[in-house]
Ligand binder design. Structure first.
Ligand code: ARG
Ligand code: ZN
Length: 845
């Protein structure tokens, strides 16, 4: 059934305290709860309904007297007094058979929890909604060496430990961990002098992979004090690494739980990209302590209140720790790859959705990444100082609250005096706006005019779109290349709007949407000469990169649609950027890449063309070869000069150099010279170089031996083996991809119950554009087979992977028919989960 934002009502009772006792057992864990309720003065409905799923109710009392609740699959209802009372219950649960990885479950013999969004109801009966907040006292009884929960530690002894969390929190922030774990300890002194004990807890054998995460945690704690004035608020902060986890990580109060792939890092086993990602996720979860935990969400429709803001904050952190332009470019690549297709397809939904069936299906790129873009636009519009002043007011006014987007907007209106009601459309309107720009040049009077228009195509459930507030950062360059008008921001608020510059000597070249100041599609009258000019002269690093990307896109489109040769303008521009020593290596590394095959399919579809995955793949490979030819004389030096010297460091400088050197290695391989890749594979002392060398060998069809050697070297390391699974599938030739995937699902190390391994295998197939969309339909059928198998075990991961099909209407009738048949086959599966049912129904439309 569907839940609507407009139906929100507060719960009939408030909670004064929660006491929980866990008697741990793999199949018969007992959970005792003692909860002090009193009538909520803000509510009229006194129905006493407690959520509860898959629980065996042993006993229930109110004020000590046994009661007999009426119990359904979703919870229980019982007559409760219209006065304060104590609820006590005992339930039994079975963590070891919990394959959905929601609630209390077991991973490699260790107990752990995942309660966001609605997992706590699988632990005990409770009003499992974020606006019900309480302090928790927890007692854990178990034989494991380490017993952890939220807050500060209390009494502990042989076989038990007690924890109490003084901060009121919703149940989704509850966590418990029990296992024979080892800690990597450290400490942090807050700016007011409190010493905080820090720990990263891991399984024995992983203790050498904690140092980087710990440093990232300390950097995050310092950064949030320096930039947002936010201090940590408990005596201890624990992080635990867990192998079986549906998502990246979880911000439980004082006890963050991480997918081990998002916290464990070492030079030998992690790539530079892994290090950067781990640093960002540690920061993200830590920053939730204020944006999410101290101020939480009234209901799940408000998810972007904490997620959009926290993604924005972690992006700010990464830009400060590393390179601002490189981070911005990486984020825009990801936004276009994941959020744009979502926003323009059958799963399109507003940043703040207004209805859902299963909230787990709304942890999306739109809520997270577009949600963060919305915060970025707000900051651009009000300015740096006003933004931080508004945030201070937000923390002051709403600390301890379960808040809404209305509260958030109100804070900005009150602190800046601006009317933000039109801006609020970014939260309610789905779809990616298109901004078209036409130029007018009055040579006689030296007047240059930009005519803007904005529109958004209809999306499911929203036929009519109103104009939004769109901040456009722009500058002007003189024809000689000098910037005459530095960046300033204009605000589009109407469907059509013009902007005039006068007193100009010559027709300027505008540089529009600098820094990607709004998540829109920009349509401008621009040819390749203009793009080459911006690539050479723009002062905005984002737009320089964008101009290079546009040239690459244009040449690829011509190669695909007209069998054209790669454009010399693009290749010459590329050569100039790659040899420009004033640019940092990471930036040059980014410039060498061209748009992915998936992105090209989207571009073609935007143009009204039907993308042909095979042609796209061939063109992409051909452009790679053309780049190699163009740069052939400089590649050996590019490779040699960018070998970082000294000890390996996963910082911006070291990873930038490795990235550029690896790009050179890859291009030399394209020219037939595999010597560098072979040597690098054999001698690398870090995963970045070893893995890239392996990838190049596999791509060139020379990888069989290296693939075997890599497996033998790393077979004991499950995170590295995920990479090994993924690589073989990602780089399989289109006609082999399904076969290679199928064979790997038969490998003894394949384990469908482990979400990382499942994603590394079936997710990699979905990511191999030409392979997944091979005209045989074998890719579609194989993915559908496995989704049907996984759904009864793990609905959340199954539903998420259904997004592989969301772009199906882009393709030709033959492929559409093949996909539709698979979608219908999944939908017809008996007992399909609510999660998967909702996703497939929406995708089918
Ligand atoms: N709040 C977590 C984060 O963004 C994500 C948890 C999502 N869990 C889920 N079951 N949908 O950091
Ligand atoms: Zn988050």
């Amino acid at each position: 059934q569907t839940i609507y934002l407009k139906d929100y009502t507060p719960f009939g009772y408030v909670i004064d305290s929660v006491q929980l006792t866990f008697k741990l057992h793999p199949t018969e864990t007992r959970v005792l709860s003692k909860i002090a309720f009193r009538p909520n003065p803000e509510a009229t409905d006194r129905t006493f309904f407690l959520h509860g799923e898959e629980l065996k109710l042993i006993s229930a009392t109110i004020d000590g007297k046994e009661v007999s609740p009426s119990v359904t699959d979703e919870g229980l209802t019982v007559d409760a007094p219209d006065a304060p009372f104590t609820w006590e219950a005992e339930v039994e649960i079975s963590p070891s058979t919990n394959t959905a990885l929601e609630g209390l479950y077991m991973s490699n013999g260790m107990y752990c929890t995942q309660c966001e969004a609605e997992g706590f109801r699988k632990i005990t009966y409770y009003p499992d909604r974020p606006d019900v907040m309480a302090t928790f006292d927890v007692r854990i009884e178990g034989s494991e060496k380490v017993l952890l929960s939220n807050g500060n530690p209390g009494a502990s002894g042989e076989g038990f430990a007690e924890w109490s969390d003084p901060w009121k929190k919703p149940a989704y922030l509850f966590a418990l961990v029990a296992g024979d774990l080892i800690n990597h300890p450290d400490s942090f002194t807050t700016r007011t002098g409190t010493d905080v004990e820090l720990n990263i807890w891991v399984r024995p054998g992983d203790e050498d992979k904690c140092a980087f995460g710990m440093q990232a945690l300390k950097d995050s704690m310092k950064w949030d004090e320096d930039v947002y004035g936010r201090e940590y608020d408990l005596d201890i902060f624990n992080i635990v690494a867990v192998d079986d986890f549906n998502m990246g990580a979880m911000e439980n109060k004082g006890l963050n739980i991480f997918n081990s792939s998002c916290v464990l890092a070492s030079q030998a086993t992690s790539t530079d990209a892994d290090f950067e990602r781990i640093e960002a996720i540690i920061a993200h979860e830590y920053f939730h302590n204020w944006t999410g935990n101290r101020i939480t969400c009234r209901d799940w429709f408000q998810l972007c209140l904490k997620e959009g803001l926290t993604v924005f904050r972690d992006a700010q952190f990464t830009s400060d720790m590393r390179s601002e332009p490189v981070k911005r470019i990486d984020d825009v690549i990801a936004l276009r790859a994941r959020q744009f297709p979502e926003d323009q397809g059958p799963l399109s939904h507003p940043v703040r959705p207004e209805e859902f069936q299963e909230i787990n299906n709304f942890y999306t790129a739109t809520v997270y990444e577009k949600g963060a873009e919305v915060i970025g636009m707000l900051k651009t519009l009000v300015g740096h100082d006003a933004y931080y002043k508004a945030l201070d007011l937000y923390f002051e006014r709403h600390d301890g609250d379960a808040a809404t987007i209305e509260d958030w907007i109100q804070v900005f209106e009150d602190s800046t005096g601006r009317d933000l009601q039109q801006f609020k459309r970014w939260y309610s309107q789905s779809g990616t706006p298109k901004v078209s720009v036409k130029e007018e040049w009055d040579a006689e009077n030296g007047i240059f005019t930009l005519h803007f228009s904005q529109s958004t195509a209809p999306t499911p459930g929203q036929d009519i779109k109103d104009p939004r507030v769109i901040p456009i950062a722009l500058g002007l360059l003189a024809p000689g290349g000098k910037e005459t008008h530095p960046t300033h921001v204009i605000e589009l608020t109407h469907a059509e709007q013009s902007l005039t510059f006068d007193g100009l000597d010559a027709r300027p070249v505008p540089s529009l949407l600098r820094g990607f100041s709004a998540p829109v599609i920009l349509e401008q009258e621009i040819d390749n000469d203009r793009r080459a000019f911006l690539l050479a002269n723009d002062t905005d690093p984002f737009n320089r990169w964008e101009a290079g990307g546009d040239l690459a896109r244009d040449t690829l489109i011509n190669m695909i649609l007209k069998d054209a040769a790669p454009s010399p303008a693009y290749l010459h521009g590329l050569r100039r950027v790659v040899t420009d020593e004033s640019l940092d290596p990471a930036y040059r590394g980014l410039m060498i890449q061209h748009p992915s095959e998936t992105e090209l399919a989207g571009t073609l579809s935007d143009m009204g063309e039907i993308p042909d995955p095979t042609k796209i793949h061939i063109a992409s490979r051909a452009l790679l070869a053309a780049k190699a030819e163009t740069l052939s004389d400089i590649l050996p030096a590019l490779y040699a000069d960018n070998q970082p010297t000294g000890a390996y460091k996963p910082d911006a400088e070291g990873s930038g150099k490795r990235d550029l050197a690896n790009a050179a290695m890859s291009l030399m391989a394209k020219l037939g010279d595999l010597s560098h890749a072979k040597a690098q594979f054999a001698s690398a002392d870090n995963m970045t170089q070893q893995f890239e060398a392996l990838a190049v060998l596999v791509r060139e069809g020379q990888g069989a031996e290296a693939v075997k050697a890599f497996y033998d070297q790393w077979k004991e390391d499950r995170l590295v083996i995920n990479k090994w699974f993924g690589l073989q599938i990602s780089l399989a030739e289109p006609e082999d991809a399904a076969k290679v995937t199928e064979a790997l699902t038969q490998h003894p190390d394949f384990d469908m119950k482990n979400p990382n391994r499942f994603r590394a295998t079936l997710g990699a197939l979905a990511g191999n554009h030409a392979g997944f969309h091979h005209e045989s339909g074998a890719g579609y059928a194989l993915l559908a087979d496995w989704l049907i198998k996984l759904d009864p075990l793990n609905p959340q991961t199954t539903a998420r992977m259904c997004t592989a099909f969301q772009t199906w209407k882009r393709y030709d009738a033959g492929r559409q028919a093949l996909i539709k048949a698979q979608l219908e086959r999944i939908l017809a599966t008996p007992n399909l989960s609510r999660d998967t049912n909702e996703m497939i129904s929406r995708i089918l439309g």
